[in-house]
Design a protein around this ligand. Structure first.
Ligand SMILES: [Fe+2]
Ligand SMILES: [Fe+2]
Length: 276
């Protein structure tokens, strides 16, 4: 694919994404949540989960910085997407914060302390190239979508319609983000199928949610989530990885071959190193 074609294709994908967002997905985290339907008697575990997700969302400055660095030289569409994405992600943090304060589960002082604590750590982007980061974005956004949909149901089970609405609005954005990254990945596949399939295998193998090792007490927090609310390896493969491979029309055989090629390349590099 000529470079021009790559840019034009991605530009069209962004146009579609942006128009859809403007027409169907703009929302206000203060005004559009039915706060009067909040259940202040819902268990603390619900608040703790909301706080954990807020923790993960709160590394937004690092995600924007890392995301822009990754795509800066790649394409205009990816740069514009990242800028718009940051605005949409900000609302996820706002809505979760509003929930924690309005429910009385956290005080403003606790919220600001939590934010200060979070910012003691810094998120580094896990992959070097824009292609790998787009693939990572596709997996991560879809995983987050799956989690939020599950927690929307849990909030409803506890009769908290406000929290359920927070998760619903957040989830609707996350799936739109996942679909854009998926479109980008499709264009990468058209440009270089073999290389992109190898990246798919590599990113999936090394995938971790962004909050791991950053949000304080992350492991204990995840333990609090009941089985249906967690994103473990099994859920990732079943609900994120395999469905996305199917949507992208990439076969398991192709991935196995790409992973084997990557192992061979890594071994060759090691052998050369050892010989030096
Ligand atoms: Fe988000
Ligand atoms: Fe997102």
């Amino acid at each position: 694919m000529a470079t021009d074609e790559f840019h034009v294709k991605l530009y069209r994908k962004f146009q579609t994404f942006f128009q859809e967002a403007e027409k169907k997905r703009r929302w206000n985290p203060v005004e559009d949540i039915p706060w009067s339907d909040l259940n202040p008697d819902a268990p603390e575990s619900l608040a703790l989960c909301a706080e954990t997700f807020l923790g993960v969302e709160s590394y937004l400055p690092d995600y924007i910085r890392g995301g822009l660095e990754a795509v800066r030289a790649s394409s205009l569409a990816q740069r514009w997407f990242t800028a718009n994405w940051g605005y949409e992600e900000l609302k996820h943090s706002m809505a979760l914060t509003e929930y924690l304060l309005r429910s009385g589960k956290r005080t403003e002082e606790q919220m600001f302390d939590f934010q200060a604590k979070l910012m003691e750590e810094e998120w580094e982007r896990p992959f070097d190239t824009s292609r790998k980061m787009s693939i990572y974005g596709m997996f991560q956004e879809m995983a987050t979508f799956v989690i939020y949909v599950r927690h929307e149901k849990l909030a409803k089970d506890h009769n908290d319609k406000a929290l359920a609405a927070v998760y619903r609005f957040n989830a609707r954005d996350e799936i739109a983000h996942a679909r854009f990254y998926e479109d980008v990945t499709r264009v990468y596949l058209e440009e270089d199928r073999e290389g992109t399939v190898a990246d798919l295998a590599h990113v999936a193998k090394n995938f971790a949610m962004p909050g791991v090792g950053l949000v304080p007490d992350y492991d204990q927090r995840i333990e609090v989530m009941r089985d249906e609310g967690k994103m473990d390896r099994d859920v990732f493969l079943k609900k994120v990885y395999f469905p996305l491979l199917k949507r992208l029309d990439v076969s398991r055989q192709e991935l196995v071959a790409a992973a084997a090629a990557e192992r061979r390349a890594a071994k060759a590099a090691k052998d050369i190193e050892a010989a030096e």
